[in-house]
Design a binder for this molecule. Structure first.
Ligand SMILES: [Zn+2]
Length: 436
């Protein structure tokens, strides 16, 4: 029987040491002029669909899009060639359950949100789907950033948003009005929390209203019964692991029949158990490259009082078990052919590190029993698919040229995802630190 204890997870995390050869050099992001053509040559291509990697391939980009990719692609005359012999290129990762929130109140909101999107990008996460905002002002700012990203050069990860989670409302009418309000404000999807405060009829109305208005619904759940309740009412995305017991065949069938995606967010639960003492990863250079943003929370979490509170909180033991159960269910669902998408819940609450935790999440998916290829697909093509971001997530003609270039092959060792050579968004090479 597959089983992973929290101690193993924590011990394994502590054992994570610097594996990357991340340079600290900052190369100015360069926007190619319109019409310019760039070709990456000699690369191993992992295209994000799960198809076997292509060796010694070429990727051609123009106008922010991929115009050709494969083993026998001719480099167009006049193209700028970038010789990446021996490197691996995969789609930039997509966090299907992120939070792009203004956590640093001492900074202007926009500056804080932008530096967080740059932080994601610096770790190879080129899109963050923010499933929850904390205020209408924050929502409006995120929507402004989203609308800018299709105009001109992009120097940060893309963002999409659900607006605030719809929860705790009293009547079906209120629920429908809340959905209408968010749709009118141009959110990309609807997020809800399944709690006893709302009735199944209200969830049915919420999902129905969202679908009438053309948006999909992602649900925060904890138990199998909660997940089944919203699935039966038409939900489109399960935004966390089922953490109370093993998933069953009926649940698997429900997910597969409607091709509903499932986002484990293992690092969310990790963040609720791992700070009983100071985690070893705080010392990793790969973690510390995010310190310009992380520092505030690192200092808080490093305090003895914070850690003692976590040790004494009865909820910590509950979540340790929940993490084991969620890890086990991920393997069961993946084996059953359910579409798994990478998501972390990073950017909300303490110790959910934007950028670093997406890397850890993918590693934990492999620890749970997925192959590196399955975990990479979850973080690329599948994350785009469940998020209905059809222009992202795979390396194919017409897709956005959002790419992660690695110095080592992640199919051999998933931690090679940390060996970031460069990150490209809309065909433009980002700086390698990019967090301030
Ligand atoms: Zn969340």
């Amino acid at each position: 029987m597959f089983r992973i204890s929290t101690h193993i997870v924590v011990g394994w995390l502590s054992a994570l040491v610097l594996t990357g050869s991340l340079g600290s050099t900052r190369s100015a992001a360069q926007a190619p002029p319109d019409g310019a053509v760039t070709a990456l040559t000699g690369v191993r291509i992992i295209d994000g669909t799960g198809r076997p990697a292509i060796e010694r391939g070429t990727i051609v980009m123009s106008g922010g899009r991929i115009t050709a990719a494969g083993a026998s692609v001719q480099v167009p005359a006049g193209a700028t060639r970038v010789d990446f012999a021996g490197k691996t290129v995969m789609p930039g990762m997509i966090n299907a359950h992120a939070h792009v929130q203004n956590q640093t109140k001492s900074m202007p909101m926009r500056d804080d949100l932008v530096r967080r999107l740059r932080l994601y990008a610096s770790y190879g996460i080129t899109t963050a789907v923010s499933l929850g905002q904390v205020s209408t002002g924050e929502q409006a700012e995120v929507i402004r950033l989203r609308d800018e990203q299709d105009r001109g050069a992009l120097d940060r990860a893309r963002v999409y948003t659900s607006g605030p989670s719809i929860r705790g409302l009293k009547t079906v009418e209120e629920v429908r009005q809340a959905v209408d309000r968010y749709v009118d404000q141009k959110v990309d999807r609807i997020k809800t929390h399944v709690t006893p405060q709302m009735t199944p009829d209200q969830y049915a109305a919420l999902i129905d209203q969202a679908h009438r208005r053309g948006l999909r619904v992602a649900a925060h759940i904890f138990t199998l019964d909660e997940a089944k309740m919203v699935l039966e009412r038409g939900v489109d995305l399960i935004a966390h692991s089922v953490r109370d017991r093993d998933v069953d065949q009926a649940f698997i069938n429900q997910l597969k029949d409607r091709n509903v995606g499932y986002i484990p967010t293992l690092t969310r639960d990790l963040s609720l158990v791992v700070y009983q003492s100071t985690p070893a990863f705080f010392k990793e250079p790969f973690f510390q490259r995010g310190m310009a943003v992380y520092r505030e929370q690192v200092e808080m979490i490093s305090q003895a009082a914070f850690q003692q509170k976590m040790r004494e909180n009865p909820q910590t033991k509950v979540i340790e078990k929940a993490l084991e159960q969620g890890t086990r269910n991920l393997k069961l669902l993946s084996d059953a052919g359910v579409t798994i998408a990478m998501g972390t819940d990073s950017g909300t609450d303490e110790g959910r590190w934007q950028g670093y935790f997406e890397q850890v999440e993918v590693e934990m998916m492999v620890k749970a029993g997925l192959t590196p290829m399955q975990a990479i697909v979850a973080a690329t093509g599948a994350a785009a698919q469940v998020s209905r971001l059809d222009h992202l997530g795979t390396i194919a003609i017409g897709k956005a040229a959002d790419l992660l270039v690695l110095d080592a092959n992640p199919l051999q060792d998933i931690r090679n995802l940390r060996q970031i050579n460069s990150v490209w968004i809309a065909g433009r090479r980002m700086g390698t630190t990019g967090t301030n």
